[in-house]
Design a binder for this molecule. Structure first.
Ligand SMILES: C[S@@+](CC[C@H](N)C(=O)[O-])C[C@H]1O[C@@H](n2cnc3c(N)ncnc32)[C@H](O)[C@@H]1O
Length: 263
């Protein structure tokens, strides 16, 4: 069966995607568990920040590799050949995800470094403050067969004062305003997802997020006139996503408001 567009599915993404037809979605932008949580998070005296301690984010290394293989197999099956696949991660999981992508011989188009100028300070004071995350941009085809993936080069330049866009993106972590409808421990900023959707998808394309959390992918896709399908197994996060979809308007960034390009 085909997934219903512009709907949030609640449940395990592997089981849900298994019910869908091959090649039924144009692209996937997703942010899987990072496997970085501790059973008991670290806190410190100077703020109420505690490091991640989410049950859904705790795996053994072998379980994490198996889980990644399973969901990525389904994503590659349901996304059309040469569709774009963007996967987020931190140093905790991105090498494991890259390992599975290479195992599958998928073409990696870019690895993007997301620099967070407002990252949380390091609580232990025994190491540098981690202030980057990574995004693997792959094409849903093997290295030998990959061709014709969507890249809106002119838009990427307009977003970057008419210069070629580089793969290091400085974008702050979401403000309180973006978290008005509830908190998610790893919510992604609207600006970050908007940039991906503008450079790597076209109007009316369909975008899957199989770990959608607070629904950032769908909120931005809806604002930019793309179709979306989201899956998350946590009802609380899906409630936040539904509220954001009803209330948050995402518009074009200033640099594109007057453009004559097809967006
Ligand atoms: C890193 S978060 C995604 C955050 C999201 N990008 C946002 O902006 O809010 C990963 C999400 O995956 C969900 N999740 C974990 N395991 C899952 C599974 N097997 N099936 C569906 N969702 C799952 C968690 O509930 C969590 O919301």
């Amino acid at each position: 069966m085909k997934p219903e567009l512009n709907k949030i599915y609640e449940g395990d993404c592997i089981e849900i995607m298994r019910q869908w037809d091959d090649d039924c979605i144009d692209h996937c932008i997703t942010d899987p568990p990072y496997n970085m949580s501790k059973r008991k998070g670290l806190g410190w005296a100077f703020s109420n920040h505690i490091t991640m301690e989410e049950k859904w984010d705790v795996f053994s290394r072998e379980d994490y590799l198996d889980f990644t293989r399973e969901w990525l197999n389904e994503v590659c099956r349901v996304v059309k050949p040469n569709g774009n696949i963007f996967i987020f991660g931190s140093f905790h999981n991105i090498y494991d995800i890259g390992f599975i992508i290479n195992e599958k011989d998928l073409k990696i188009i870019n690895s993007i470094v997301w620099f967070k100028p407002n990252a949380q300070p390091n609580i232990t004071c025994r190491m540098l403050t981690e202030s980057t995350e990574y995004i693997i941009w792959a094409c849903n085809a093997t290295k030998a067969k990959a061709k014709g993936w969507t890249f809106n080069y002119d838009i990427s330049k307009e977003l970057n004062t008419n210069k070629q866009m580089r793969n290091v993106w400085e974008i702050p972590y979401p403000s309180q305003k973006e978290r008005t409808y509830g908190k998610h421990p790893s919510q992604k900023p609207i600006d970050l997802i908007r940039r991906i959707i503008l450079i790597a998808t076209n109007k009316s394309d369909s975008i899957l997020d199989c770990f959608s959390g607070s629904g950032t992918t769908g909120v931005v896709a809806q604002g930019l006139k793309r179709d979306w399908v989201m899956i998350d197994n946590n009802p609380e996060y899906n409630k936040i996503a539904k509220n954001r979809l009803k209330n948050v308007q995402v518009t074009l960034p200033k640099s594109l408001v007057q453009t004559t390009l097809k967006i």
